[in-house]
Write a protein that binds this ligand. Structure first.
Ligand SMILES: Cc1cc2nc3c(=O)[nH]c(=O)nc-3n(C[C@H](O)[C@H](O)[C@H](O)COP(=O)(O)OP(=O)(O)OC[C@H]3O[C@@H](n4cnc5c(N)ncnc54)[C@H](O)[C@@H]3O)c2cc1C
Length: 273
């Protein structure tokens, strides 16, 4: 199948892009790396009237430090994140997750902002954002706001972003000495979406975010409480996953996925550095 007819726009500034999204007469959708949106359009799961290609807006790309946070432009591609010394040094949890995201061809085009806007429940970056307690900068023609990771993910492919808003940047706290991070995912083949995965931060409080367990990435707050009381009690942290509301999917029923969650958590903590 081919995509339904659409108008293609390639603005060169953010204001131009926001003006097109603000026009409520037509449904406009931003195009980032196109790695998910183009297949969705070809399958007619998405049928925007106007496609707003963000590739011509330079202010949406780049990585910088601002007030103790690493700020990543929404259009920054995975390839550039993997090549960044700042990401490797200051956001090691993101650096650990990146090689697990799809394959090089997809990472050459796919963007961090696109992944967070899509909010696939099996994607790595939403869980990394949640484990780090970062935030998402949003802008529309009428204003801007920042939404904390804990308030960003609503449901299956649903986020706090409104249709007229662009994700402009992602803010992740810079790692400090003594902070530790771990990442582990279980897949049938490297590069596939995970059957289950977990991102863990001890910075200095514990934050644990699972992905591919439910409609959104999920924090394991009971397990976090166990580890905040005694960081060596990993058995109790795994037992505390009993309270996590895990859905079954094509990979397994909730009981099997809960078992895998425990395996992933032990391995993520075992590999923390
Ligand atoms: C074969 C295959 C395997 C994959 N495996 C994985 C995997 O293992 N893990 C993983 O995480 N991902 C995986 N992906 C998805 C890939 O990581 C994509 O990069 C990601 O889903 C979307 O990023 P994108 O930049 O391509 O966004 P697009 O496809 O361009 O857009 C996705 C959605 O986000 C919206 N959007 C994009 N940018 C913005 C913005 N700045 N503001 C507001 N809305 C925006 C678009 O309108 C669209 O609705 C895979 C994709 C393929 C094709």
């Amino acid at each position: 199948m081919k995509a339904q007819d659409f108008r293609y726009e390639r603005p060169s500034t953010m204001d131009e892009a926001l003006a097109i999204l603000a026009d409520t007469d037509q449904e406009a959708q931003p195009l980032a790396g196109g790695q998910s949106l183009m297949p969705m359009m070809n399958f007619r799961l998405a049928a925007p009237d106007v496609l707003v290609d963000l590739g011509g807006v330079p202010e949406l790309s780049g990585i910088c430090e601002d007030n103790g946070e690493i700020v990543i432009g929404a259009m920054t591609r995975y390839r550039d994140l993997m090549a960044s010394e700042m990401v490797a040094r200051d956001v090691p949890l993101l650096a650990a997750a990146l090689p697990h995201i799809a394959h090089p061809a997809i990472r050459n085009r796919g963007t961090l902002g696109g992944s967070l806007a899509l909010s696939d429940p099996a994607a790595e970056s939403p869980a990394v954002l949640l484990a780090l307690g970062g935030s998402v900068d949003l802008r529309s023609a009428s204003g801007q706001r920042s939404v904390a990771a804990d308030e960003f993910f609503f449901g299956l492919y649903e986020t706090a972003r409104q249709p007229e808003e662009l994700i402009t940047a992602v803010r992740l706290p810079k790692a400090a000495p003594g902070h530790r991070f771990g990442f582990y995912e279980i897949t049938r083949r490297h590069g596939d979406y995970a059957m289950i995965g977990v991102a863990v931060a001890q910075a200095p409080d514990w934050r644990i975010a699972f992905f591919s367990v439910a409609g959104t990435p999920l924090r394991a707050t009971d397990a976090e409480a166990v580890l905040n009381a005694d960081a060596s009690d990993i058995d109790a942290a795994v037992a505390a996953l009993a309270s996590l509301e895990i859905d079954g999917d094509r990979h397994g029923d909730p009981a099997m996925k809960r078992h895998l969650a425990g395996v992933a958590l032990r391995r993520a903590i075992g590999g923390m550095s």
